[in-house]
Ligand binder design. Structure first.
Ligand code: C2E
Ligand code: CA
Ligand code: CA
Ligand code: CA
Length: 277
């Protein structure tokens, strides 16, 4: 019995060690990911619900390291946030986004959405990154949407709201990402200086078969519109959901039904193709 327990403890702590070592490994390599050109920024089209036209994209980070292989953002982003490395990654994402926007030669209503973590939102670094990029592209505010999650705001609402006001004052659009997964009340939502609300895919994916999710999404769209917000549904995977969301006047859609996140060149080709139609 004692021996078995010892084995169990050994195996258990070995498992923990492995997890721990993987984290250390990721953090060690992530430090240099931007310099070593291991990062890629994929683009997932954002679609105007009524017309099916591509009106923008969400920029999603990918990381490939020689030793670790592909590491998903769901694994490395939380570690980057805990360690503060996220600021470096976000700076890279901003710069890459500006270079994409220049190459797309975007018209008036094209916008790129980028994800900001709580640390980015509250840090001062982001201010100077934005100032620097505005010198390079003065009309940047017309083409960037900054996505922040409810949880990023909940951690320090007053500071977050102050920073969001700063961004809004400069003309940037701000989107609440993963809406519905946090615990923000209607009252809190009303205080937020945001322009867009993104309904989490947990409510959108089951739409066709779940009456409960239909009520949640329907009332969210209505409420958001009453607050003057644009509504995006993410995780649209079939044409039935598209039709349903069209009937509910959801403004913008995103999901595998239209496209997975794709490399810049493929995205640009898609845009050019649409403008020829
Ligand atoms: P998110 O911001 O909610 O991004 C949407 C995620 O949903 C993406 O996963 C996208 O590939 C996935 N998705 C889009 N449409 C569908 C669909 O129809 N079905 C399903 N099943 N999934 C869909 P991804 O690219 O793996 O990113 C995961 C998360 O990692 C993101 O969630 C975001 O929180 C974070 N992330 C990714 N890139 C960045 C970044 O540059 N900065 C920060 N701070 N976070 C990032
Ligand atoms: Ca997002
Ligand atoms: Ca989301
Ligand atoms: Ca998410």
């Amino acid at each position: 019995e004692a021996k078995r327990r010892q084995d169990f403890v050994f195996l258990y702590s070995e498992g923990l060690d492995e997890q721990y070592l993987r984290k250390l490994d990721i953090l060690e390599h992530l430090k240099y990911a931007a310099d070593e050109k291991e990062l890629t920024l994929l683009l997932q089209p954002k679609i105007e619900t009524q017309t099916g036209k591509t009106i923008g994209a969400e920029a999603l980070l990918r990381w490939h390291n020689e030793k670790l292989g592909f590491v998903g953002p769901d694994e490395f982003i939380p570690l980057a946030e805990q360690s503060g490395l996220i600021k470096r990654l976000t700076e890279w994402v901003f710069k890459q986004s500006v270079s994409y926007l220049k190459r797309i030669n975007a018209g008036g209503d094209f916008s790129l959405s980028i994800n900001l973590s709580a640390i980015d939102l509250l840090s001062d670094e982001i201010l100077s990154v934005i100032d620097e990029l505005e010198r390079e592209m003065p009309e940047l505010n017309k083409h960037l949407i900054l996505e922040v999650t409810e949880s990023a705001i909940v951690s320090d609402p007053d500071a977050a709201i102050e920073r969001l006001n700063w961004l809004r004052g400069k003309g940037y659009q701000v989107s609440i990402d993963d809406y519905g997964t946090g615990y923000s009340s209607l009252e809190q939502m009303r205080r937020l200086p945001v322009t867009e609300l993104k309904i989490d895919r947990a409510f959108v994916q089951p739409l066709v078969s779940s009456v409960t999710d239909q009520s949640i999404v329907r009332s969210t769209i209505q409420l958001a519109h009453e607050l003057g917000l644009k509504v995006v549904a993410e995780g649209v995977e079939d044409v039935e959901s598209w039709n349903w969301l069209k009937n509910q006047n959801c403004d913008v859609l995103q999901g595998f039904y239209f496209s997975k996140p794709i490399p810049f060149d493929d995205f640009n080709e898609r845009l050019q193709g649409e403008s020829r139609d």
